[in-house]
Design a protein around this ligand. Structure first.
Ligand code: HEC
Length: 153
């Protein structure tokens, strides 16, 4: 192996190591919600065709969604004040029901999985009715400020 090839090979190793070491890109509430949506839609599809394994996979994705970044939690808490508790309870409700759906799917208990799914969906929609617009506004206002401060002009 000549020197050039050795250097190229070394660079490859170093770049791969760097890529592996760098933390996963940070998520945000909108991205978390988009994943919840994908899992909720595929869960309905799986329930309709009695694919319990796929129901469990989707339920697991919902139950273990990444946490909301701390900076966004602070903004939401500032906006909602004491109502933050209710906001968290909606999140907890959806979480608990997704775990229950996962257990029902493992037991192939279709009736329980469907009843829990309907309750979970109510939880999603109830939180949206109460807080989606308000929270979205606060978070997008900050996105705008960050975009502007990155603007060289
Ligand atoms: C604790 C409250 C809460 C719960 C529970 C909740 N959401 Fe949301 N959701 C929000 C908020 C707040 C936003 C607005 C986020 C933003 O605009 O940054 C949102 C936005 C969304 C969006 C729009 C994302 C976009 O691209 O604009 C979808 C889709 C969504 N949620 C799906 C779901 C599903 C599915 C569930 C249940 C499995 C769920 N949400 C449960 C609060 C909640």
């Amino acid at each position: 192996m000549n020197l050039q090839k050795s250097i190229a090979a070394l660079a490859c190793v170093v770049l791969t190591a760097l890529a592996l070491a760098s933390p996963a890109p940070e998520t945000d509430l909108k991205k978390i919600m988009q994943d919840l949506r994908n899992n909720t839609v595929s869960m309905l599809d799986a329930l309709l065709i009695d694919d319990f394994a796929a129901v469990a996979v989707a339920a697991n994705g919902i139950a273990h969604h990444p946490s909301i970044p701390a900076a966004q939690v602070q903004l939401v808490a500032k906006e909602l004040g004491p109502e933050m508790l209710a906001f968290k309870q909606f999140d907890q409700q959806v979480h608990d029901l997704s775990l229950s759906i996962m257990a029902a799917a493992k037991e192939q208990d279709r009736a329980r999985a469907i009843a829990d799914y309907q309750h979970m969906l109510n939880g999603c929609l109830a939180c949206h009715a109460a807080y989606k617009e308000r929270v979205s506004k606060v978070l997008s206002a900050v996105d705008d400020i960050e975009t502007r401060s990155n603007d060289p002009l």
